[in-house]
Design a protein around this ligand. Structure first.
Ligand code: AMP
Ligand code: MG
Length: 455
């Protein structure tokens, strides 16, 4: 069913430079389902140097599908339609495409047999309506579906290519990968798009822009030129760099040089140049140094622990996370003195430090983290408004950092930014501990940025 067909259409015609994606499915036009297939496909196409120019979402509707197909075909080299290949009456993609291209639909007995076998393997008899999925437009190449009944279809039209892929991501993705390794890869030409995602924390978007604009504005004159996009999210700024070059090595090489230029001006605020998340970076730092981590959180409700345990292999460094929400639990679970809470309030530097030290002590960890704050919407005061968060990191060794923040936004944004602040403070503490070991540096007590005394 699959590979021999793929080989015979590979190569030959002009390279595919641009693509459009048409996602078919009425559910994708509701508030409940998102078209994620196009994101996956765009990543794979960009990897081949094929640029996605437009994406369309249409319902299970003949006129809508036909209109989207004809528009896309007029504009672009490659059109990928996803979804609508199922066995039911509302699955129209196959029929509409065949009709629009003037191709007769014929049942492919091999495909029918394959579907029949899939059912038989589950002790089931194939319903007759599944034969719809074996209907193949004349001349189309059948693409094997390893995870489902609907095969994909590849149709060549002059120098253009049309692909019909199944909607379920688990079926579409292996099929797309087989296409990338096969006919798409060989029609893609040599040109490659390289992308790099840089992540920055501890600066606002405009501060990042101010620092990097003079640098990236020069890149447009480079050969190949680099396109830069700045994306701001709460607690994190991303810089996306893209370069298109005649081959992978040239595109990747130019981004390597650009990344080094940005690293020089952003310093320690640049925490990732390879797409890693903040929690992954922290996890890697802990593992590389053989250090363990325990967390005592209040306003983040376990978010810091949750993010750390999103990192595969986190059991190598993560000891525990305690959500000590009430004052009593801060004392009972982490040994925060009741008098400290009484005297300074639950959201204060002494309490954050006591949470961090308590987590560290009770977890026998190298590093303890404490987070306390007011996520809102209630609970704020003139002195400590909503968004006030205090974070402390105890360790490694004798290190102690504590910082107070004022985060903007609603409850979930405050929680997210607080978790980002906590992970970042741990990261900086781990980096600083390297400096402390370096012979030229004075020990931590003399580093003012690390030793912000309790208020
Ligand atoms: P279909 O091939 O149209 O029968 O799609 C089957 C299922 O695949 C749908 O119910 C969705 O859950 C999923 N699906 C379809 N299109 C997409 C898409 N563009 N992105 C993500 N999931 C999709
Ligand atoms: Mg559908």
């Amino acid at each position: 069913v699959a590979d021999p067909g793929l080989d015979c259409i590979a190569g030959g015609s002009a390279p595919l430079g641009t693509a459009e994606i048409v996602a078919v499915g009425s559910e994708l036009l509701t508030a409940f389902r998102l078209d994620t297939n196009s994101l996956f496909l765009t990543g794979r196409l960009n990897g081949l140097g094929i640029e996605v120019r437009r994406k369309t979402v249409v319902g299970d509707d003949r006129a809508g599908i036909r209109d989207a197909l004809e528009g896309a075909l007029a504009r672009t080299d490659l059109v990928i339609l996803t979804g609508g290949l199922g066995p039911t009456d509302d699955d129209l993609t196959r029929e509409v495409v065949a009709e629009a291209l003037g191709l007769a639909l014929e049942e492919d007995a091999t495909v029918t047999e394959g579907i029949r076998r899939r059912f038989a393997a589950r002790q089931l008899v194939m319903p007759e309506n599944n034969r719809r999925q074996a209907m193949v437009p004349r001349g189309a190449v059948v693409l094997e579906n390893v995870n489902g009944t609907a095969p994909g279809l590849l149709i060549e039209r002059g120098r253009k290519m049309i692909l019909l892929l199944p909607g379920p991501p688990g079926e579409l993705q292996p099929m797309a990968d087989a296409l990338v390794a096969g006919p798409l890869g060989s029609r893609a030409g040599r040109r490659r798009l390289a992308r790099r995602v840089l992540r920055v924390t501890g600066r606002t978007e405009s501060h990042v822009e101010q620092a990097v604009q003079p640098i990236y504005s020069r890149w447009r004159a480079w050969h190949p030129p680099i396109e830069t996009t700045i994306l701001a999210a709460p607690g994190q700024i991303e810089l996306h760099l893209t370069a298109g070059a005649e081959d992978e090595i040239a595109a990747g090489g130019v981004l390597e040089v650009a990344t080094a230029e940005l690293a020089a001006v952003l310093g320690a605020d640049l925490f990732s140049t390879d797409g890693r998340t903040l929690e992954e970076v922290v996890g890697n730092l802990c593992r590389a140094r053989g250090l363990s981590l325990a967390v005592g959180e209040s306003c983040t409700g376990g978010l810091v622990a949750s993010r750390l345990t999103d990192v595969p292999g986190s059991s190598a460094f993560f000891i525990f996370g305690v959500v000590a929400y009430s004052n009593e639990s801060k004392t009972a679970a982490l040994g925060v003195p009741a008098e400290t809470i009484q005297l300074h309030g639950a959201v204060s530097k002494p309490v954050a430090v006591a949470l961090a030290e308590g987590a560290r002590r009770r977890g026998r960890a190298d590093v303890g983290v404490g987070v306390t704050g007011i996520a809102g919407p209630g609970g704020g005061s003139a002195h400590k408004p909503v968004g006030t968060v205090v974070i402390a990191v105890a360790g490694p060794a004798n290190g102690l950092s504590v910082r107070s923040y004022s985060f903007p936004g609603g409850r979930s944004q405050v929680k997210h930014q607080a978790s980002q602040g906590a992970l970042d403070l741990v990261r900086r503490a781990l980096l600083d501990s390297d400096d402390a070991i370096a012979p030229a540096r004075v020990p931590h007590a003399h580093a003012p940025s690390r030793h912000d005394p309790p208020e």
